[in-house]
Design a protein around this ligand. Sequence first.
Ligand code: AMP
Ligand code: MG
Length: 401
Amino acid sequence: MRTVDEHLAEILGSVAVLPPLDLALLEAQGTVLAEPVSAPVPLPPFDNSAMDGYAVVAADVAAATEADPAVLPVVGDIVAGDTGVSALRPGLTARIMTGAPLPAGADAVIPVEWTDGGNATVRISRSAPSGHYIRRAGEDVPAGQVVVDAGTRLGAPQLGMIAAVGRSRVTVRPRPRVVVVSTGDELREPGEPLAPGQIWESNSYMLTAAVVEAGGVGYRQATVEDESAKVLEMFHDQLVRADAIVTTGGVSMGTRDVVKEVLAGTGTVGFHKVRMRPGKPQGFGLLEGVPVFTLPGNPVSAYVSFQVFVRPALRAMQGLAPDPLPTVSAVLTDAVKSPPGLRHYLRGLLSFSRGSYTVTAAHTQGSHQLGSLASANALIELGEDVESLPAGSHVEVMRLP
Ligand code: AMP
Ligand code: MG
């Protein structure tokens, strides 16, 4: 028997961050940046207008009022994208659009709403201080500043920022390609009819989705029967294309626990009883350098094992901190019991009201009972030393993605 922490430590000691990859911006969505990206020029690159209006010398309109507007000759139109903008002399104005370069000499923009919108001359009925409605060069990002740090997962705002500093490609950690395979003679594909004794296969769908939630690319494979030759053949075929392989089933103490039979002693793969519920029988190791996670077959065991062991490993492979699921501290609404000596993960419903979190454990906690997982939004994590906790106790709760 080993603890959850010991098993996780072995896993994290074995997996390596994936080599970096150069990708076009939109291909990089959801990947983790492997280099800091900085601005080669200030943003904005030049002083420009924040409004549609008129570029002026602020002193020329300092006395303007509704009753006594300033009247200025309009010497031209400056639109966004104009390149050779001439300087503005005092006493004159130029119509200017949002994002257009501010002419030298001008020090304020009067929004068109404060004017009569004139073409040849314009009547301006309000004054404005120097600098009014001007976006200064560098006021968003100064030249040389890092705009997205290495280690950041690239979402929409980060991709926009990287494009805004002129980069079309970035160096990132690729998404780990994770092959997911279920094993079991009793399993049928969803959509097919069931014969007596059969069940629909669910783990591979659940875990392929969980891989995607963890930032990987999931490749679901067809279920493999409980036959040594077929299990071996599957590993042989998948090792060449996978950054990691996740299997479920066939690792406990039954007579058809074929995954365990064929892998025991192969590569660095080892099988262990881990002090946890659900999820006691675990296998992990490197096969031809590829991390292989052999998770137990009961669906909730497989899911919890994924979140506790596989997800941190996939994060490490992406160059992220191998953090567990985000946790919050919550108050138990009801008493709970827990087996001594085991880390216990209870499905629960977490809610937030009047400034604090409360959590209620599901009534059904069997490792085959996927129903209570599908309606849960959290896993209550009880330490090995906990045997029971009264209602009102504070517990750590992992939020499910
Ligand atoms: P095993 O770990 O292979 O002994 O399986 C334990 C339990 O989980 C058995 O009741 C299996 O029928 C069930 N099980 C195993 N694999 C799956 C799967 N992929 N989908 C749904 N149930 C499964
Ligand atoms: Mg089985």
